[in-house]
Ligand binder design. Sequence first.
Ligand SMILES: [Zn+2]
Ligand SMILES: [Zn+2]
Length: 153
Amino acid sequence: MSSGGRQCEVCRGAAAKYKCPTCRLKYCSVRCYKSHQSQPCQAAEVPCRPAVEDAESCVSQQQILFPTDDTVAPHTLEKLKDCDKLKDLLGNPHLRQLLREVDGAANAQAAMRRAMLEPIFTEFADAALGVVEPDLEAANAPAPRPSKKQHSS
Ligand SMILES: [Zn+2]
Ligand SMILES: [Zn+2]
């Protein structure tokens, strides 16, 4: 018994010369192919789907991790200047270099991903988000108005 690398998988006799385009089953002749086609066969593998899902989750994670300048109001960015922690971190020339690279990169997302591998950059991003995020929440929620207005009926 050969373990059947090249044997026809339909008649198990002759050497297989062809493959079913759908399930890649090996067969030797048109007659065996027709015999194979008398039963429905399924595609052997679908490799592309998980890859797409993976790429999508990558992108959405990135957007949550670090909003771009476009998503942050200018007055919020002004607040970053007042943060001592950020000033402290920005004293680090390595971090400044990283920021410059991200800022000038043709592919900002790829540059950001690279920069996020650097502990100093993640620390900076965390500190920046700490300043930016509470403000965003406050801006989204309308100022609370305790006084109830009732329509007189
Ligand atoms: Zn055959
Ligand atoms: Zn088939």
